[in-house]
Design a protein around this ligand. Sequence first.
Ligand code: FAD
Length: 331
Amino acid sequence: MKNHSADVAIVGAGILGLAHAYAAARAGKRVVVFDRSPQAAGASVRNFGMVWPIGQPSGELLQLALRSRAIWLELLDATQLPYRDTGSLHLTYRNDEAAVAQEFAAIAPGLGYNCCWHSPAQVFEKSEAVQPRGLLGALWSDTELTVDPRQILAALPAFLAERYGVQFHFSTAVRAINAPYLETAACRWHAGHFIVCSGEDFETLYPTHFAQSGLTRCKLQMLRTAPQPAGWQLGPSLAANCKCFAPLRSLQAGNSAHPSLLASPCAFTQPSTYAPPCLRSGRALPKRLRNSTAGPSTRSSPRLPMELSPSATPTSTASPSTSSTSLKSTT
Ligand SMILES: Cc1cc2nc3c(=O)[nH]c(=O)nc-3n(C[C@H](O)[C@H](O)[C@H](O)COP(=O)(O)OP(=O)(O)OC[C@H]3O[C@@H](n4cnc5c(N)ncnc54)[C@H](O)[C@@H]3O)c2cc1C
């Protein structure tokens, strides 16, 4: 078995592995990254591509998310990879939702968020995709970005290799780490630091810990639309409810001012349908999905407007959305 050495050895070339490789290489370390697939194929290429500071609670996590956004912009600038400076709209269709969003808008600047309340007219200036019927207004935030995850994950390894000399070994499973050694089928690597970014596969390297952890896998399903005519884009990312609302007085436990929002992590409680209720009907959804009847998964969780029935495209096998679909149910 051949022996090699690096300062930092990273397992996984998903976004976490690449982010650590970027930081370590910029700090002057010799970095090697292993991924068992020929190219990243995990959650990092199956997501909405939303850089989403508004989703974080104020304080340390919000500051971390804003710092992460700044690093994204730095990297996107260096690689010249495209992104969309979309911002986001948290739409409200009910009085309790609007009250919460307006209360948040009033205190948000003091907490470090760059957001404000928008009237329906202001919302329509920003987005032509929003369902106008019953709209009371929205929380507008200008910090959210949208990237194409597949494009980013495909391009970053080459950039890191060229610019910083990071070594990549794809189609190479790491089968054990016994510091200071890491083992693949063909090689043994000596490294000063090991960073394990193996995503949902925790048990390959740490079967005992995994068995004792009580962790179970779950899925976050998403919808991929057909390409839209004339390159139509969604515009600002559209969402409902948000963890950043948690500290609001009107949502504290015991306060029943907004019981429906306390009961559900998602503000939309419309009947089961594939079309997110916040979207203008028929917009951005392929006919195949618009006309489908609700499947069991949708029926059992009617509060999640983006959830699909098993007959639709599940996240586990679908390619992710690309340019026009930044829709998510923020649970
Ligand atoms: C539907 C969905 C939507 C999402 N939307 C967003 C969003 O809009 N914004 C956002 O910020 N986050 C989003 N996320 C979360 C985000 O995608 C994940 O947090 C992130 O991609 C995790 O990256 P990772 O590098 O840890 O894991 P992964 O991308 O899963 O990468 C892990 C890699 O490790 C490799 N690996 C595992 N074991 C080994 C081994 N033993 N040897 C070698 N290689 C190994 C795998 O092959 C894989 O490539 C979303 C997630 C989902 C599921």
